[in-house]
Design a protein around this ligand. Sequence first.
Ligand code: GRF
Length: 197
Amino acid sequence: ARLAVLASGRGSNLAALLEAFPGQVAVVISNKRDAPALERARAAGIEALHVPWPPGGARDFEAAVETLLSSRQVTLVLLAGFMRLLSPGFTRAWHGRILNIHPSLLPAFPGLHAHAQALNAGAAFTGCSVHFVDAGCDTGEVILQKRVPVQAGDTEETLSRRLLPAEHEAYPQAVRLVLRGLAFPRPQPGEIEAEFG
Ligand code: GRF
C-alpha cells in the first residue's frame, strides 16, 4: 500500500505507523511547519511536507494535498493527531480510504479534550477508536476500538499516558483490516448502483 499520514503534533501514532508499515508511508503532511511529526518523518527518511492551512479554510489546503497524494500514488490517508476538519468534498473523494484515531470510545466524547471529557463524566473506562473519516467531527464509522480503565486520581496526563500504547496498537491493526478488505464503510448513496451498472 501507499500510505500518507497527516499530523499536526507530536507524532507518536505516526511513529507506530512507520514501524508497522516500513517502506509504505510515502509522505507525511502537516499544517504546522514545526510539528515534531515532520521531524520524526524526516529522521526516518520519509518525505515530510508542510502545507499551510490558510485562514480562509480547507479548500486551498485540500487542493495542495490532493495534488501531493495523486503524484505520490497514495491509496490510503491516515490522520494521526491532525487537528483540522476536512471538507465534505475531500472526505467524499476519499470515502473508505481515509482513517482517523481518536482517544475515546466513540460515539462517546468526540472532539477536543476527550480525556478530560471522560474524567468529567466519571467514566469507569475509556479507550480509543480508529474510524473512517466523514465530514463530521469524529463521526465516521468505527473500525476498531480498545478499552482502558480509568483509575481513581487520574488526570488527563496519567490517563492519556495509559491510553497511548493502546492507540499505537489499534491504529496499525485497523489499517491492516482496511488493507485486507475486511473493514469498509457503508456504501454512499448511489455507490452500489454505480458499481453494478
Ligand atoms: C492522539 O491522542 C490521537 O488519538 C489524537 O491526537 C493524539 C495525537 O498524538 N487524535 P500523536 O501526535 O500521535 O502523538
